[in-house]
Design a protein around this ligand. Structure first.
Ligand code: AVJ
Ligand code: FE
Length: 439
């Protein structure tokens, strides 16, 4: 456990530093009102590590008092963060180093603290290394957010290009039938699972069909060329309002040049690759596309059953292929590549029902709002999940996304992992997969 924690903490830090190894002006500037300045994310990562590893677990004083207000995501919205008195780039890096040194020092003295077991709260934080997993995942989540800031940024590429993705392949079956029956939704025993993934509970679903692959750029282009963006009947009323207000006519970062569709991807301009999963579409666009195709988005439970349920054992696995950690031949995660891999690139990552690319490549919008699993208990803080659940009698303002993207760090990805965002968001690395009722 200790070796794993140290290597994951170091790996994610290399990632954060790579995304912020850019000119000072790029770090402090507000690239989009949707995003924080990169330098805010950077020091926020350190502040979170200080809160949880140094203070909550280590019972030590703040590494640098007075920073909590500035780096509290609930105190200041993203668009206002550039106006706060933030640590500068060098100051942020130094803060991260100081916090990390104290966190490592604590880790060296951890076993005696555990053995005393005097403090139930700390013992619970430490069960299965949970609080370390939480801090590692939090940093990966902000790294993905920083990558979305890089994607929104206008200008020549700042980040090194990733490795080439494995080639795609034609997949024989377009959709598969998932038979009716119960499956285990969520988890109670995954040590690093967030509170919102818990507890495991049985859910009985009617049979449904789900696509073996996510929707491609080719299919999104077909929707577009069939007039899908201009056909009000395909859109929900909220979706159509948003489409009108924003003038949506194609996925974000796409434009037409003569007969070719081009896209901007992390500072590079290139033709839209037809056989990749579509990304940078909002939930409303996904919903309209599904209606055009005579299909629908899967519910969150359907998505997880298709990804994780093994009818041979009746169990849900941590990943579609089983319980072993992701490898580059099974899933496109962790920004190894600079985007999603072509359809069919991961036959070894198929789930028992035959669905592919459910983990990695693109987050997949589901039909579901973000609500608590039955028996949910907030842990260790309400602001991670609970404050985003709808109040009694209201419906969720968010939609759940599943499966992680090419930009998601592996420690922050598994079949039970739940992400959520507003149905209008397009800067995230999100696409979708289609489903339908079995009649
Ligand atoms: C789960 C991605 C919605 O970025 O707002 C980061 C993750 N929570 N810091 C977010 C998170 C606290 C969260 N999302
Ligand atoms: Fe955060």
């Amino acid at each position: 456990m200790r070796t794993r924690v140290v290597s994951e903490l170091e790996a994610v830090r290399r990632r954060s530093l790579a995304y912020t190894d850019v000119d000072e002006d790029e770090l402090v500037r507000q690239h989009s009102p949707l995003m924080s300045p990169l330098v805010w994310d950077l020091a926020h990562i350190g502040n979170y590590e200080d809160l949880w590893l140094v203070r909550a677990l280590g019972q030590a004083a703040a590494t640098r008092p007075g920073l909590d207000g500035v780096y509290d995501a609930f105190r200041h919205d993203r668009a206002s963060r550039a106006r706060l008195s933030l640590l500068g780039p060098e100051g942020s890096r130094a803060y991260l180093r100081e916090v990390r040194a104290r966190a490592f020092e604590l880790l060296d003295h951890l076993d005696p603290a555990l053995a005393h077991g005097d403090d139930g709260t700390r013992a619970r934080l430490l069960t299965g290394g949970f609080v370390y997993g939480m801090v590692i995942q939090h940093e990966h989540q902000h790294d993905e957010t920083m990558l979305a800031t890089h994607q929104l940024r206008i200008g020549a590429a700042l980040l090194a290009a990733g490795l080439p993705a494995p080639p795609g392949r034609p997949v024989a079956r377009r959709e598969v039938l998932v038979p009716a029956g119960p499956f285990t939704f969520g988890t109670s025993d995954d040590p690093w699972a967030y509170d919102n993934e818990r507890p495991a509970h049985r859910v009985d679903l009617p049979a449904f069909w789900i696509d073996t692959l996510p929707v491609s750029n080719r299919a999104q282009l077909a929707f577009l060329e069939a007039g899908g963006y201009d056909d009000e009947r395909l859109w929900s009323s909220a979706g159509w309002d948003w489409r009108q207000r924003e003038g949506l006519t194609a996925p974000a970062f796409w434009w037409r040049d003569g007969d070719t569709w081009l896209r901007r991807r992390l500072g590079h301009v290139e033709p839209v690759p037809l056989d990749e999963p579509v990304q940078h579409v909002c939930w409303y666009e996904a919903e309209a596309h599904a209606r055009w195709a005579g299909r629908r988005l899967p519910t969150e439970a359907e998505w997880e059953k298709a990804a994780a349920h093994d009818p041979a054992t009746g169990r849900s696995h941590r990943y579609p292929w089983g319980d072993t950690a992701p490898t580059p031949d099974r899933a496109n995660l962790g920004h190894r590549t600079s985007g999603p891999a072509p359809l069919g690139a991961y036959p070894a990552g198929a789930s028992p029902c035959g669905a592919e690319q459910m983990i990695g490549d693109v987050w997949e919008w589901t039909a579901s709002g973000f609500t608590p699993h039955p028996g949910f208990r907030s842990h260790p803080y309400r602001e991670y999940s609970e404050v985003f659940f709808p109040k009694d009698g209201e419906s969720s303002a968010f939609r759940v996304l599943r499966g992680g993207s090419w930009a998601t760090g592996a420690p922050a990805c598994r079949a039970t992992f739940r992400n959520w965002d507003y149905p209008i968001r397009r800067q995230i690395f999100a696409g979708f997969r289609l489903a339908r009722d079995a009649d």
